[in-house]
Write a protein that binds this ligand. Structure first.
Ligand SMILES: O=C(O)CCC(=O)C(=O)O
Length: 318
C-alpha cells in the first residue's frame, strides 16, 4: 500500500468534524417537495393537503391499544439491555437491522402504506431513533428547535418522518411542538448547540418565533403517529410527568435521493418498490435476536464510522 493510501486511512479513522460528517449545506437541495397525485392507500385528501400546507399531519391511527402495548414491552426490554451496555434512553438509533422488534416496526407494511401516500411506491428507510424522555429529575434534556434536513447528509430534502407514540404524549410529558408552514422556508439558519442547552441532538435554531407564530403541540395517544417533513421546524421540552415519554422516529425518502458524503449511502435501505439505479442497500433479513452494539460514548446524530484496527494507525504513522 502506498504512503498516500495510508494517509487516507488515517484521515478516515478520525471522528469526522460536524461539516465533514454531514456534508456541506450548499451541496444539498433543501426545499419542500409538494405531494401530488390522488391515488392513496391510507391518508385522505384533507390529510395530504394539511401535510402540504403545514408540513405535518397528525394524529394518524396506526396501532391498536393491544398492539402498541406489545411494542412498548419490547422497547422496555430493549432499553434495559442497552443500558446494561452503557447506552442511555436516547441511544437506540439506527439499530433497525440488528434488533427484531425494531426491524418489525421500521419495515412495517402499515407504516409503509402511509409513507407511500406521501412519497410514492418506492421507499428507502433512512433512520429509526427512539426518543425516550425519562421523567424530570432523571432526565433534564430537551430537543431544541431544529429542521431535520441539516442533520442528514442526503439531497434533495425529501424525507418524511413518522413519529410513532409508544406511550401517550401530552404537553406535560414533552410533546413535540411543530411550527406551522416552516417547511416552506428552505434552510433556516442554525448553530451548533451549546452544552447548557441540554439538547439531545446537536443543532439549534434560535428564536423559532421568528419563523412562524402558529405552534402546534403534537399530543398523541399511544399507537398514533404524526408525520412531518424534514424541513419543518420542531422541538420538544422536558418531561415533567413521572412516567417515561417514548416515541419512535422513522424517516423515509424515495430512492432518487443521494448521499452527499462518501460512504453515507450505507444508511439507506430499500424497504418497498424498486430502486432503478441500485443505489441504496437492499433490505436485510430479519434479525433473529437483538444484537446490542458496543457503547462508544455520546455521539452525534449518525452512527459512527467503523474504526480501523490499531495496526492501520501504526502504518499511517510511518
Ligand atoms: O422526540 C422528540 O421529542 C423529538 C424528535 C425529533 O426531533 C425528530 O424526530 O426529528
Amino acid at each position: 500500500m502506498s504512503g498516500r493510501n495510508n494517509k487516507n486511512i488515517r484521515n478516515n479513522n478520525k471522528r469526522p468534524s460536524h461539516t465533514k460528517q454531514l456534508g456541506n449545506d450548499n451541496d444539498r437541495l433543501l426545499q419542500f417537495f409538494k405531494v401530488e397525485g390522488t391515488k392513496r392507500k391510507y391518508l385522505n385528501n384533507e390529510q395530504v393537503e394539511q401535510y402540504n400546507n403545514m408540513g405535518y399531519v397528525f394524529p394518524i391511527d396506526i396501532f391498536s391499544t393491544n398492539e402498541i402495548k406489545k411494542h412498548k414491552s419490547y422497547f422496555d426490554l430493549l432499553v434495559e439491555k442497552a443500558m446494561e451496555k452503557g447506552h442511555d434512553a436516547y441511544s437506540i438509533m439506527n439499530w433497525h437491522n440488528i434488533c427484531t422488534g425494531l426491524y418489525d416496526l421500521a419495515y412495517n407494511p402499515k407504516i409503509l402504506d402511509i409513507v407511500e401516500d406521501l412519497l410514492g411506491p418506492n421507499l428507502v428507510l433512512f433512520r429509526a431513533h427512539y426518543f425516550c424522555k425519562l421523567p424530570a429529575g432523571q432526565d433534564d434534556r430537551v430537543v431544541t428547535f431544529h429542521q431535520d434536513a441539516p442533520y442528514w447528509p442526503i439531497t434533495p430534502s425529501k424525507c418524511v418522518t413518522v413519529w410513532l407514540a409508544i406511550t401517550d404524549v401530552n404537553e406535560e410529558n414533552g410533546a413535540m411542538t411543530f411550527v406551522d408552514g416552516t417547511h416552506k422556508l428552505g434552510l433556516i439558519p442554525y448553530s451548533k448547540s451549546k452544552k447548557e442547552e441540554r439538547n439531545v441532538l446537536n443543532l439549534t435554531v434560535h428564536d423559532p418565533e421568528k419563523y412562524g407564530s402558529n405552534n402546534k403541540k403534537v399530543c398523541l395517544k399511544a399507537g398514533q403517529a404524526s408525520l412531518h417533513s424534514d424541513l419543518l421546524l420542531h422541538g420538544s421540552g422536558i418531561n415533567e410527568s413521572n412516567q417515561p415519554r417514548i416515541g419512535l422516529a422513522l424517516s423515509y425518502h424515495p430512492p432518487d435521493v443521494r448521499a452527499v458524503v462518501n460512504g453515507r449511502r450505507g444508511f439507506g435501505f430499500l424497504c418497498r418498490g424498486i430502486d432503478i439505479d441500485n443505489y441504496w442497500n437492499l433490505k436485510p433479513k430479519r434479525p433473529i435476536v437483538d444484537r446490542i452494539p458496543k457503547f462508544h460514548g455520546v455521539g452525534g446524530n449518525m452512527p459512527r464510522q467503523k474504526k480501523k484496527k490499531n495496526n492501520n494507525k501504526k502504518k499511517a504513522k510511518l
